[in-house]
Each structure stands twice: as structure tokens, then as C-alpha cells.
Design a protein around this ligand. Structure first.
Ligand code: 3PG
Length: 307
């Protein structure tokens, strides 16, 4: 069996070593394809692969067509918006993610971005503190829960909205559950986004919604760029010089944001939320174990596509 680790944004070496140990102990061959850049190299590498471990790498119908022996793809991480799940099912390939394994890393980065924003991008001027501010967690999944845990240490007043998570689950963590996204944005000084990119959420963070935020509002995005209505947010930030936007996913209109909103807009050059040794080890080794469990025992826990 051949396992290909296809990561355009590589894991930390220690994580690759762990993945190798797991797969070789199972008697499988490991092939590493990092920083491949062009899709052609990915297509070539997967031609005789039985399993693939990926991160945000795009696995579309063309990749499934090229990977004739493929049985399983594991996205080492949470979001599976980069994988064509229908094509996977059509090709009889199982797709899994590794939920929760990189969530703490993403949550910590959300606070890194928050502190940077309220301290005026570390420009030497007097900023503000997070303590006592109202934090809105938009979607209470694995990352949202970690954000709530860290926010308690900062002494923030914590709110959350999640269309699918029961109110009781949110409130058991000492977080105030609100009934709608509108209420969350109207209430909170800082909103941290943790919604997945789906057909329903695409462009849903728009002018009307963010426009509800109180004066001095800060939007932090460690989720996906697709959920933002970029034109609407740009228009809003032009109208509201008090608003700030910090993102770990560079917008398509990065240059426009950067030139129009100096001092109140920042994007990391490359998505860094899950880019820690710990998250790479946790998600990478979980992916390797899930592949071994699937190939040896048919275990389909964490499968995300239909059969
Ligand atoms: C995820 O969905 O798990 C995160 O966005 C991390 O993505 P990455 O593996 O590309 O850093």
C-alpha cells in the first residue's frame, strides 16, 4: 500500500516523522510530496496511491480520475471544502477529516490577531484591552470551544451563536448563547469567525451583518475567506472608520483592503492558524492512524462523504 502525503504547505518535520512511523509500522510505503506548486506534480504523485493525506490541498474530480487505486483521502484538519466530496463518492473513495486535532492552534492565533488589533498593530500608540469586552464566537465547534476557554483567561464576556449546537451545550461552558447571528453581531465588540465554508455560508458575513457591530468593532477571521462578502465589507469599512478586520485567510481583495484601511486591516501572508508543531503532529498522526484503521479494519469513523 502506498500512502502519499501531499501538502503544498508542509507539516513540521517532527509531524512527518510521526506519520512515517505510523504508516511504516503498518507495513505501508510513505511518499512525501511537499511544496509541489503545480497540480501536474500532484496528479503524477497520486497515480498509484492507495491513500492520501492532505491539508488545504485541492482534491477535485481530476485528482480522483488520476488516482486509480485510491481508497481514502484524509484531510489532516477540519475543513473539507477543498475536497470534491461528490466526486470522491462517485470514485468509491472514502474522505475523512481529523476534527479537533488542530483547534487549539487556530484558537490561539485568533487571540494573537485580537491582541494585535487592539494594540494598534504594535505601532507604539495607546491601545485597549480585551478584558471586559464582549466576545462573539460565531459557530461553537471545536475551535469555537477553544476560543471560549482562552477568552475566560482574558476576562472577556463571552457570547456564541451556532445554528446547530444546542443552547444547553454552549451554556454549560459558561458562554451566553444568543438566538441569531444578527444578535451576536449587534451585541459584541469582537466577533471571531468559526463557520465552515459551505453553499449556505458563502458571502454570509456581509455589510448588513457586520454593520450591526457596535462602535470600535473588530472582526477576526480564522475560518475561510469565502464566507466574507468582500465588496460589502470594504464598503462598510469605508463608511465606518471605527471597524477593524484581522484575517488569517488572505482575501481575494487583499491589496484593496491593505491600501484602503492601513492600521485597521491585517492578513497573514499564508494561513497560519493550524501551523504549529503540535497541531501538525496531532492532525498528521491522527490522519495516518485513520488510514491504517480504514485499510486494515474498514473503520470509517470521521468519514465525511456519502457512500
Ligand atoms: C482546517 O480546516 O483544519 C484549518 O483551516 C487548517 O488548514 P491547514 O491545514 O491548511 O493549515
Amino acid at each position: 500500500m502506498k500512502i502519499v502525503v501531499a501538502t503544498d504547505k508542509p507539516f513540521a518535520k517532527v509531524a512527518v516523522d510521526g506519520i512515517r512511523k505510523e504508516t511504516e509500522a503498518a507495513g505501508y510505503e510513505l511518499v512525501l510530496l511537499e511544496k509541489y506548486g503545480e497540480k501536474a506534480k500532484l496528479l503524477e504523485a497520486v497515480a498509484d496511491a492507495d491513500a492520501i493525506i492532505i491539508r488545504s490541498d485541492i482534491i477535485d474530480a481530476e485528482v480522483f480520475d488520476a488516482a486509480r487505486q485510491l481508497k481514502i483521502v484524509v484531510r489532516a484538519g477540519a475543513g473539507v471544502d477543498n475536497v470534491d466530496l461528490q466526486a470522491a463518492t462517485a470514485h468509491n473513495v472514502c474522505v475523512m477529516n481529523t476534527p479537533g486535532q488542530n483547534s487549539n492552534a487556530v484558537a490561539e492565533l485568533a487571540f494573537g490577531l485580537m491582541v494585535m488589533a487592539v494594540r494598534n498593530m504594535y505601532n507604539g500608540t495607546s491601545g485597549t484591552e480585551l478584558k471586559g469586552k464582549k466576545l462573539g464566537i460565531h459557530a461553537y465547534g471545536n475551535v469555537g470551544r477553544n476560543v471560549a476557554r482562552v477568552a475566560k483567561g482574558f476576562g472577556m464576556d463571552i457570547y456564541a451563536y451556532d445554528a446547530f449546537c444546542p443552547k444547553e451545550v454552549i451554556e454549560a461552558d459558561g458562554v451566553k448563547a444568543v438566538a441569531s447571528a444578527e444578535e451576536l453581531y449587534s451585541t459584541c465588540d469582537v466577533v471571531s469567525l468559526h463557520i465552515p465554508a459551505t453553499a449556505e455560508t458563502k458571502n454570509s458575513i456581509n455589510h448588513a451583518l457586520v454593520g450591526r457591530m457596535p462602535k470600535g468593532g473588530l472582526l477576526v477571521n480564522t475560518a475561510r475567506k469565502e464566507v466574507i462578502d468582500e465588496a460589502g465589507l470594504i464598503r462598510l469599512m469605508e463608511e465606518r472608520p471605527d471597524l477593524k478586520y484581522m484575517t488569517d485567510i488572505m482575501p481575494a481583495a487583499n491589496e484593496e483592503f491593505a491600501s484602503k484601511f492601513p492600521g485597521r486591516y491585517f492578513s497573514t501572508p499564508k494561513k497560519m492558524g493550524a501551523q504549529t508543531a503540535e497541531a501538525n503532529i496531532n492532525a498528521g498522526i491522527a490522519a495516518a492512524r485513520q488510514i491504517v484503521g480504514f485499510l486494515k479494519d474498514g473503520c470509517e469513523k470521521f468519514r465525511v462523504n456519502k457512500k
